[in-house]
Design a protein around this ligand. Sequence first.
Ligand SMILES: O=C(O)CCC(=O)C(=O)O
Ligand SMILES: [Fe+2]
Length: 243
Amino acid sequence: MVEIQPNVPDDLSPYKIQSLPPNFYYIPNFLTPSESEYLLQKISTNRWTQLSHRRLQAHPSTLTKTNTLLSAPLPTYLTTFPPITERFSKIRIFKDTPHKSANHVLINEYKPGEGIMPHEDGGAYAHVVATISLGASIVLDIYDKRGDGDVENENEKGVRRRILQEPGSLLVTTGEAYTSLLHGIEEIERDEGLGEDGVVNWKLLGDKSKFEGGVNERGTRVSLTYRDVLKVSKVGIGILGRR
Ligand SMILES: O=C(O)CCC(=O)C(=O)O
Ligand SMILES: [Fe+2]
């Protein structure tokens, strides 16, 4: 059997999502199916924090009230096996952030019908987010940020654009895409109307044939969002180390 190779490009420019003005990149098959399986299995053995519409893990830990990360290494399955840090270095996505690499990973799990309200990721992080999707495909909605930023009100959310994320894919959000847009996931059991017109990264998908009839039946989707937290306290290691 031919071993499937991951897709780790030298140059990100062919993966830029063209029909979105600011900077998003979508890379299908960034992880192979067996790497994805392995990661899902490792993640499944950790403790989750149950939220009302999804569940969550924060690695190496949750940020403090002042948005500070207590310095600690990330678990190796999130960095070296599979070699995710090395692949991020190759595509150079964190080259301009303060710590030159990701130091924090949030893992979200969404079952069919679950999602996340439109929001922005805010000031705790450098303006680069690398999102690995696992398990199942899902649509991420992107909205323009409007005047008062009242995202509770549907009408204030502005124009919606849709990014379809396949398992094993990487979505990179940088610069203006990070600062001027909101993102969210609808709490529905099926994404519909998928196609060239409705999905901004349609041309970049790894396997369009999965979305026959423009439909994606949601399954359990896990996302890993890698970020560089700006404020890091070395104290964390000291206290834990002395225990
Ligand atoms: O699951 C996703 O792709 C989005 C997660 C997210 O927006 C967040 O954790 O801030
Ligand atoms: Fe977010």
